[in-house]
Design a protein around this ligand. Sequence first.
Ligand SMILES: [Zn+2]
Ligand SMILES: [Zn+2]
Length: 376
Amino acid sequence: MRMELHILGTSSARPTGKRQVSGSLIQCDEGIVVIDAGEGFQTRYADQRKRLKTYDKGNTLRASRINAVCLTHGHLDHTWGLLPWMHTMALDKRETPLLILGPTSSEVFDAVIAGEPIPDFAPSAELARQIKGCQELGGTSESLGYSVRWVLGDLAENRWLEMGDDGVATPLKTMPQPEGWKKNRMHPLATHHTVPSCAWMIESKGGIGKFNRLKAAELRLSDEQKTQLSAGNDLILEDGTSLKSQDFRGKERPATRFVVSGDTSEMSKGITSLSEIDVLVHESTFLNDAQQWADEFLHSTSTGAARTALACKARHLVLTHFSARLKDATVPLSEATQILESSSTVVSAAVDGDRITISDSGSISHLVWADDGWVS
Ligand SMILES: [Zn+2]
Ligand SMILES: [Zn+2]
C-alpha cells in the first residue's frame, strides 16, 4: 500500500449521533500526517486504533509515527482537539518531534513577524491567536517534553514563520517538511473560506520499479554485473547474450497525490490549478438547493465538490463535512454522481472511520467502516 487516509470525522461544525467533527490521518511509508483535529480528536484516534487492532492487525497508526499536523483553518471544529491530544502524547512520553502547520493572512503574518500584537480585525478563529493560546496552555517543547514546532504560512506570498516557545517569530526560508522524509511531501493548496484556509496535498514521488534480484541470481550474475544493470546500464555477457537493464526492473511506481480540503467554496484555485489528483476528499456541507448558503458562508455544495473534482481531473472524489441536517449521504452522493456521470471520476461518500487506500500499483479503494469491520 502506498498511502492510506483514515477519515475520523465527517460532520460540519457540530457533532451528530453518527458523525463527529473534522480530523483525518494520512499514512505513507515515511510516517503519518494528521489533517485537522477537531473537538474530541484523540478519542476518535484511539477508537480507530482499537478497530484496527481487531480487524486489521499490524496496521497500528502508532503515535510515534505521526510527524506533522496540517491545519486547514482555524475554525474550532477543525482545531479544538489538537492541544488535549498533544498533552496526552506527553503523558505517553512521546519523543518524536511534531511539526504543526497552518495558514494565516498576509496582514497577520506582517504583524506577527514584526513582533506586534495580532490586529483586532483578524477573526477570532485566527490561527496565530490559537497558537499563542496553545503555547500559554503548555503547548511548548519545554512543557510537553518533545519537540513542537508551530509554523504559520502566508500562502498568498508563500512566506513562512515559526512561532517560538519564547513568543518570538522567526522567518523560515521555505515551509518545513517532516524530518527525514525523502519520498513524500506535504503541500498547502490555497482555498476560499471565511478565514484564511488551505487544503493539504500529500504527494508521494514516483520511482523506478524494484530490481529483480531473483532473475539476476538465476542468471548467476556477478555483483558487478548486478550493479551495472541496477544502475541502468545494459550488458553483453561473455557468451554474447545481451541483457537490457529495463528487463530487470519491475513496473514503474507512479507518483501519487492525495488532497484533503478543509472548508472552502467550490473551485478554489489551489485545487483547480492542479491537473491529475488521485484522491480528492472535498467538503460537501450543503445540498445543491442551498447554493446561496454555500456562497454566503464560503462552503461547497455536493455538486460544487463534483465540479471541483472535474476541474482537477481527480480519479476519485470523496464527499465529507456534511451538514448536521442531513440524515445520511444518499442525496449529496446522487447529486454529485449526476455531475460526474460522463466523466471517469468515481465518487463516494465518507462515514466516520472510513479508510481510503492507494495501492502500490495505483488502484484506489474506499473501505467503509461498518461497525464490525471495513467493507469495500
Ligand atoms: Zn468545518
Ligand atoms: Zn470553517
